[in-house]
Structure formats: structure tokens, C-alpha cells
Design a protein around this ligand. Structure first.
Ligand code: GTP
Length: 437
């Protein structure tokens, strides 16, 4: 239980129609008495006048809602004041709250941190909540919402409890090994269960980074020879002049990125330097970066000008087919062999090109049909868990050692949901949150 009661503006930037100020902690009832004159009935929106606790001056009027702990967002007593969203109105209430003994302004993510500490949410649910607030696309919203509702928590806690149960059986076998009434074959069942679990974790990890790509953005690199029209295409997609376009070959030297939505997903598109042999040191560095961008991209679009078709250079031939899309550019100048052709001068073909991109992205990222891990942190913990499980099923090892590997595997999952040993992680995780959340 925290001694201090915290408060902050929890709604968005001001001015706004309505502003919500949230107060959480042991002094909520006292605060309500001082500001509202009484504690409102639990979980009922109540019309209230907000007054300064010492002068009695009317500051604003609106709704107040009291959520008694532990059934509140933070698990503590919570009071929400919904007033007018003017800067001065909000400032007056925040100042009045600050004048009350035992109250202080909340730090970024502090309400959520209290929710975690009071077992209202686990770490994956809180990360989902943080992603939900940051979500810009339908895909991100859907993924974040289901994560905040506990899809990953349920999955990982289920796996952890399977491991704990397996370990209990092994420990029993160790304890009663000398007694006749414990069948020696118990452990055979346990290890086949662990093997199933290893396969489930491996399927969950082997998802083409779907959840991470939905969250961070699917990356597309535009590559081609100089003057193929890469920067023109980037500008057409962005609908603004992001990159310099000139008739001079080799205009783009560095990589240029834009973020945009395609269909339901966030996409990061990178314009790159045209690929050619050159002695120019700066251009060579640009080309090196272009090749790197291609290797890291989830999809490479190769631009082949219709009036001077260009094959994919040798150094890019290792890119798998499903990660490559060749399009013909400058369709207004000549006929192209490519299935998809665009002209940025007459802006034709762009809709077909965008549809193709959307199809490919949807195929890779899906529509949130199954729970997907969404952070490197999850991947790391699951890999570690899986490694420990693999060690545990090695029959040549001592049973005690195998049980210890099981314990470690469970602990990696416990760390993932925040059930154990995460103090060092919390500052990093909650710093992602905004004040008031
Ligand atoms: N006719 C025609 N010209 C185009 C089209 N797209 C681009 N161009 C012209 O082609 C030239 C090169 O275009 P950029 O978009 O700079 O080509 P780039 O591939 O980025 O070129 P680098 O920076 O040299 O790699 C410019 O003069 C553009 O106006 C098109 O669809 N049709």
C-alpha cells in the first residue's frame, strides 16, 4: 500500500471539451470531502461542484466518480473529476489538489504501476494498454486491445502453471524414489508434456515476427537503379515532397524514411540511393546503406524503369521471392514487362500498387486471429524458457538437475508476466507510459 495519494490529468491535451483528473491512494475519501464537500456514492457519476479546500472558492463544476479499492484501475481508492477542459480550469483543480496534505503529482505511468503492484494487471496487459494508447492503425488497436485484456497473460500463465505442475511431479518422484508405491513412469508422462510445451512455444515464436511488425511497422525498401523514380514514388505515397527529385541520376544519397498506413497496418517505407558502380565515396556509402535497408526490409520493391528495364543486381538475389516485388516505373514513357506498372507523372497504377502492398502485408500480418507476442522482451524470455525446457528433457542428466531446469523455465515465464523478479524492468517499462496513465 502506498502512503502517498497521487493525482494527474488523465485525459488528453488541453483545451478539450472535458478533462478528467484522476486521484488514487489512501487520501481519496479525505480529498473528496475537501474538494466536493462529500464522498460521492461508489461507481456513480455524480454532479459536483469542485471547490478550493481552504478558501471554498468555486473552481469548476462537473461529474465526480468514486471507485473504492480494490475494484478500481489501480486497486486503490480512486476518484475521477470530470470538469471543463480549459487550461485555467484544470490548472486551478490541480493546484487545489496539490495543496492537500498527503497528495502529490503522479509520475509517468504511476497509476499503471500501482495497478501492476496491486495485481490488477500483469506486465503484458500493461504493455498492451500502453500500446493501445499509442495505436495508430486498426491492426495495432486490435492487437493492443486483446493484449490488454490478457491474451498473452492467459497463454504464459497457463504454460507456467503446466511447468510448475510438471516440476511438482518430478519433485515427488525424487522425494519418494525409494518407496514402492510411486510408479517410476510418472516422469515419462511429464517429459512428453514438456515436449508438447516446447513445440507450442516454438510455434508461438515462429510467427514471422507478426506481433512485433504490427506494433513497430512493416518495413518496405524502395530499390532500383538511379533515376528509376524511387523518390518520386515515395513522395507520391507520402502525398508530400519528402525526398528531392531531380533528373540527375544519383540524387538520393542517404536513406529517407516515411511512416504511413496501408490498409490496417503501419508501414515504414524507405527510399534509397540508386544502385550503380561509382567512384564517388558518398554515393558508395549511400549504396551500402541501400543494400542494408533491403536486407533488413520485410518487403523490397524493385523499381525497373519502363524505358530502361533493370534486373535485380546479384547482391540482392538472396532475397526470398515472397519478400520481393518488382514494378515497372515511368509507365507513361514505354511499355513494361512488369505486371504492376506505375507512373508518378500521371499518377496511374498507384492504386494497383497499393492494393498489392496491402495484400502482401495482410498475408504476412493477418488480422489478429491468434495471440502474437509484440515485443523483443517477450521473444527473449520465451527463448530462454524454451532453452531451459530443452535441457530439462535430456534423459542423461540427473533428475534433480532436470527439475532445476524446469524451475528456471518457469521463472522466465514468471518474469515475462511480472510475477517474479522484475524490479529492474519496471522503470524501463513504465517510462513508456504517459503521465496520467
Ligand atoms: N516520365 C516520367 N518521369 C518520371 C516518373 N517518375 C520519376 N520521373 C522523373 O525521373 C527523374 C528521376 O526521378 P527520381 O524520383 O529522383 O528517381 P530516383 O530513382 O529517386 O533517382 P536517384 O535519386 O538518382 O536514385 C526525375 O526527373 C523525375 O521527374 C514517371 O513516372 N514518369
Amino acid at each position: 500500500m502506498h502512503e502517498k495519494t497521487i493525482f494527474a490529468l488523465s485525459s488528453g491535451s488541453l483545451p478539450s471539451g472535458v478533462a478528467i483528473i484522476r486521484v488514487s491512494g489512501p487520501a481519496v475519501a479525505d480529498t473528496a470531502e475537501k474538494i466536493l464537500g462529500c464522498l460521492p456514492p461508489p461507481r456513480k457519476a455524480t454532479f459536483s461542484r469542485f471547490r478550493h479546500p481552504s478558501t471554498g472558492d468555486l473552481l469548476d463544476e462537473g461529474l465526480s466518480i468514486y471507485f473504492p479499492g480494490p475494484n478500481s484501475f489501480t486497486g486503490e481508492d480512486v476518484l475521477e473529476l470530470q470538469g471543463h477542459g480549459g487550461k485555467a480550469s484544470v490548472e486551478a483543480i490541480l493546484t487545489a489538489l496539490a495543496s492537500i496534505e498527503g497528495l502529490r503529482v503522479a509520475e509517468a505511468g504511476e497509476f499503471s504501476r500501482r495497478a501492476f503492484e496491486n495485481n490488477r494487471m500483469d506486465l503484458t496487459e500493461l504493455e498492451g494498454l500502453s500500446d493501445l494508447i499509442a495505436a495508430q492503425t486498426e491492426g495495432q488497436r486490435r492487437q493492443a486491445l486483446s493484449q490488454s485484456q490478457g491474451v498473452l497473460r492467459a497463454l504464459y500463465e497457463g504454460w507456467r502453471s503446466d511447468i510448475i505442475q510438471a516440476r511438482a511431479l518430478i519433485e515427488a518422484e525424487l522425494d519418494f524414489a525409494d518407496e514402492d508405491d510411486v510408479p517410476g513412469s510418472v516422469s515419462d508422462q511429464v517429459w512428453s508434456g514438456v515436449l508438447t510445451l516446447i513445440n507450442q512455444i516454438s510455434d508461438h515464436l515462429d510467427d514471422g515476427r507478426r506481433g512485433e511488425l504490427i506494433r513497430e511497422g512493416f518495413s518496405i525498401a524502395l530499390l532500383g537503379p538511379p533515376n528509376a523514380g524511387k523518390s518520386s514514388l515515395l513522395n507520391a505515397l507520402a502525398r508530400r515532397d519528402v525526398a528531392i527529385v531531380t533528373p540527375q541520376a544519383g540524387t538520393t544519397r542517404d536513406t529517407i524514411e516515411i511512416s504511413m498506413r496501408i490498409g490496417e497496418h503501419l508501414v515504414v517505407i524507405t527510399d534509397t540511393a540508386g544502385l550503380r558502380q561509382t567512384d564517388d565515396e558518398i554515393e558508395r556509402e549511400g549504396i551500402k546503406r541501400a543494400v542494408q535497408a533491403a536486407r533488413h526490409a520485410d518487403l523490397v520493391v524493385w523499381l525497373s524503369p519502363s524505358d530502361a528495364p533493370a534486373d535485380l543486381p546479384v547482391k540482392l538475389r538472396e532475397i526470398p521471392n515472397e519478400q520481393l516485388l518488382t514494378i515497372g516505373t515511368k509507365a507513361d514513357l514505354a511499355t513494361s514487362q512488369c505486371e504492376i506498372v506505375v507512373s508518378t507523372v500521371y499518377t496511374n497504377g498507384l492504386d494497383v500498387f497499393l492494393r498489392e502492398l496491402e495484400d502482401r502485408i495482410d498475408k504476412r500480418l493477418g488480422h489478429g486471429e491468434s495471440a502474437a507476442l509484440s515485443r523483443q522482451r517477450h521473444r527473449f524470455a520465451l527463448n530462454e524458457c524454451s532453452n531451459c525446457l530443452r535441457l530439462s528433457i535430456q534423459s542423461k542428466l540427473d533428475l534433480e538437475l532436470r527439475s532445476e531446469h524446469l524451475r528456471q523455465a518457469g521463472d522466465h515465464l514468471g518474469r515475462l508476466t511480472g510475477r517474479i523478479d522484475v524490479e529492474d524492468l519496471l522503470d524501463v517499462i513504465f517510462s513508456e507510459f504517459c503521465v496520467g496513465k
